[in-house]
Design a protein around this ligand. Structure first.
Ligand SMILES: *Cc1c(COP(=O)(O)O)cnc(C)c1O
Length: 426
């Protein structure tokens, strides 16, 4: 049996994939290496990567500088506990993050994944109000069509329908949901959106610790783009009603939308912000929760006077080194110009999809493109069709979307877009 078949058989017997059934007959494809924007399959085929491994591999795969950063760190230490100890990669990364994120955010809590950074953000908000003697404020306001991760706290603020609330209903905290903003990106916040938000805050502020949302781009919950002015309004209302504001920038961070962080499209800053995914350039799992002095000091001076969280692999030195290198590569690249180019390539090459009967909407923002279909795609058929065309694109539901590595060129971008057009035209 060749390597390809052997990997597949053993995989099918023992291994879960994201949102999958064991032994499913949906295809999985064995990858043996990856370089630049190409994934190499075990049978020798090469695929152009349209996903950046879920928003993370922004500089492409097997990047010489990222490789070198990890090799160097490996020689001094790959891990050490963070309780009572600190190390150069963590200190450097924290100070860089404080520099590049919105000005008020100046303390950093490292964790191992995006979902955990959301749990940490939610705990910070609850602990903040606890220390202000407002122990009723333990719930969260959030948007429909949101996605914040798969752990229980994060799940409770995911979209109530696509987020599988019914399955875990008895175990999830009931949060307060409002409709996701209808005000389009680039326009002012409309009256309906403002009214929904105001009404929810008027009714529930006494029990709300924070309003948590993905700024400007809702990712896995629907790939929806909306008005940055909504964030301005949210900030003002949260201040008025004594509710903290949490931005989940795990998907949008590090240039993807055309700004370093999507909240930069607005005029305001959150009290707490989560980052992850592209933080290490897609090399290792690492996330962070940043907060302002008011929240950090209140928690630190309150009772019990410590923040109650501390993962085993907190601030892992290898992951921090990858993050330091990835941020340097980004800063030294002309990323803003590059994202603008990718945006125009994607817009131009996907325009023809609008005419297809199967297509409901095409939208592009920064290096993110979404082709929304009328009906959910058949994963078994479409996944194989993309691979046959030499591209790696992984749709979900009605959404076929692209977020390629920033190093992609025009020709590869067009090949990704053409594959979508040809398959939907078939
Ligand atoms: C992916 C994602 C998460 C969860 O991150 P994991 O690292 O998968 O736990 C949370 N929020 C948003 C917006 C995300 O895109």
């Amino acid at each position: 049996m060749d390597l390809y078949q052997q990997l597949l058989e053993q995989d099918k017997q023992h291994i879960w994939h994201p949102y999958s059934a064991l032994g499913s007959d949906l295809p999985v494809y064995p990858v043996v290496s990856a370089s630049g924007v190409r994934l190499q399959l075990a049978d020798g085929r090469e695929l152009i990567d349209g996903m950046s491994s879920w928003w993370s591999a922004i500089h492409g795969y097997n990047h010489p500088e990222l490789n070198l950063a990890l090799e160097n760190q490996l020689k001094s230490m790959s891990h050490v506990m963070f309780g009572g100890l600190t190390h150069p990669p963590a200190v450097e990364l924290a100070s860089t993050l404080v520099d590049i994120t919105p000005a008020p955010l100046n303390s950093v809590f490292f964790s191992d994944s995006g979902s955990v950074s959301v749990e940490v953000a939610m705990k910070m908000a609850i602990q903040y109000w606890h220390d202000k003697q407002q122990t009723n404020k333990q719930k969260f306001l959030t948007l429909r069509s949101g996605y914040h991760g798969d752990t229980f706290g994060a799940m409770s603020v995911c979209d109530p329908i696509t987020g599988m609330h019914s399955l875990f209903n008895q175990s999830l905290t009931q949060q307060v949901f409002i409709d996701s903003p209808t005000s389009p990106f680039g326009e002012a916040c409309n009256e309906t959106d403002l009214k929904n938000l105001t009404t929810a805050l008027e009714q529930h502020h006494a029990t709300l610790a924070a309003f948590i949302l993905e700024p400007v781009v809702q990712g896995a919950g629907g790939m929806h783009f909306y008005s940055a002015d909504y964030l301005n309004k949210a900030r003002a209302l949260c201040d008025e009603f004594n509710v903290l504001l949490i931005f989940d920038e795990i998907a949008t961070g590090f240039g993807r939308t055309g700004r370093l962080f999507a909240c930069e499209f607005s005029q305001i800053e959150p009290d707490i912000m989560c980052i992850g995914k592209a933080l290490t350039g897609g090399y290792l799992t690492l996330a962070a929760t940043l907060t302002n002095t008011e929240v950090a000091q209140t928690i630190s001076n309150g009772d019990p006077g410590v923040f109650m969280h501390g993962p085993t692999f907190m601030a892992n030195p290898l992951a921090c080194s990858a993050a330091n290198a990835s941020i340097k590569i980004l800063q030294q690249s002309n990323w803003q110009t590059k994202i603008n180019k990718i945006e125009s390539w994607l817009s131009a090459a996907l325009e023809k999809c609008v005419t297809l009967t199967k297509v409901k909407d095409v939208r592009v923002l920064g290096a993110i493109a979404v082709v929304e279909c009328m009906e959910a795609v058949d994963m078994k058929i479409i996944q194989a069709a993309f691979v046959d065309k030499g591209v790696w694109i992984r749709p979900f539901g009605k959404l076929i979307y692209l977020m390629p590595p920033y190093i992609i060129d025009q020709q590869d971008t067009e090949q990704l877009c053409n594959a979508i057009f040809e398959i939907l035209n078939d």
